[in-house]
Write a protein that binds this ligand. Sequence first.
Ligand SMILES: NC(=O)c1ccc[n+]([C@@H]2O[C@H](COP(=O)([O-])OP(=O)(O)OC[C@H]3O[C@@H](n4cnc5c(N)ncnc54)[C@H](O)[C@@H]3O)[C@@H](O)[C@H]2O)c1
Length: 337
Amino acid sequence: MLKVAVIGMGNIGNTHAPVYQADPLSELVAVCDINRERADKAAQRYGVPAFYSVDDLLRNVQLDAVTVSSAGVENGGDHAEPTLQCLEAGLNVLCEKPISNDIEKAREMVRKADEKGVYFGINLNHRFVPPAAKAKQWVTEGRLGDLLLINMTMWIGNPNETSPWFHLRALHPHSLDIMRYFCGDVVRVHAFLNRAPGRITFSNAQVNLEFANGVVGHLTGSYDTNPRHNLERCEVMGTKGRFVLDNLYEELTLYPRDSEELTVIRNSIMGGLSGFTATFTNRIHRWLEQVSAGVPRDQLEASGHEGLAVQEIIEAAIKSHHSGRAETVHKMETVTA
Ligand SMILES: NC(=O)c1ccc[n+]([C@@H]2O[C@H](COP(=O)([O-])OP(=O)(O)OC[C@H]3O[C@@H](n4cnc5c(N)ncnc54)[C@H](O)[C@@H]3O)[C@@H](O)[C@H]2O)c1
């Protein structure tokens, strides 16, 4: 059983902590927040000791892994420091998305995990749902034939304003991760962005993507809609058919090219996912399973490398917005310990 602490006890830290308490593969042994009130409240709630700094936590508690669920600028500005501290201490780290809003820091985090040979995962929870696994199986089995194109939409209503790139950097790690999950690495990006009236952030994005395997893709993103209508939709087409994964896990449909018969998989009232929080439960359980089993580091799902890869696409999209041209996505050399 892995001994785990959660660092950053906001809404999301308080989503991770009960998952660790309930999972048979982990034991929640401490919580940490630089905000003492939040740390104390969480400590009381979970019946574990509170720490007010990562240094103090690491000095006093024997740990196998941590969640880093701090936030900061563009929801990722406070991730690097505690993550690097924990990686340096030899701990396995599951960090919230975005890995970091600062691409140089994100690269440093991934390099550090490689250097220390520990597991470093990112909470790209949207892909950890049974319908996405089924769709991936269809792709792997060749039910779609050779992949040709992908369309992805992810939109929510987020009125918060921090910076021009908040929407792209904070939301689209999720959508781009889903796109990479089905279609692989992205090599070039061409982005058009606008702002809703009065907004600082570029709250709407239309992004064309070229994948290494030749697939062409499109991402529509927004912070100006109502997610209760629809949060996300992913459509992948190949030579033999296409699938539509509607609203993350609500409905998956396979449309074969040579038949009128569709395969429809709906989220069942009996045993289906109970809500969005279940994506955290699934993702964290998979993280615990893989870390406990000691899988080869390059097989870790939604790894730091993958968290970095989506951030590199976002930075290329920002560059494209400035240049007006398609931009190449930076690819980091992989050094795996
Ligand atoms: N995966 C998802 O679906 C999903 C959904 C929403 C938010 N998020 C992510 O979750 C993260 C947290 O979001 P939130 O809304 O809970 O943020 P929040 O700001 O409410 O909470 C973050 C907490 O971290 C603490 N903190 C900051 N630096 C710290 C440090 N060095 N050591 C200890 N504590 C520190 C802060 O004091 C704060 O209490 C963000 O990165 C966000 O992008 C993920």
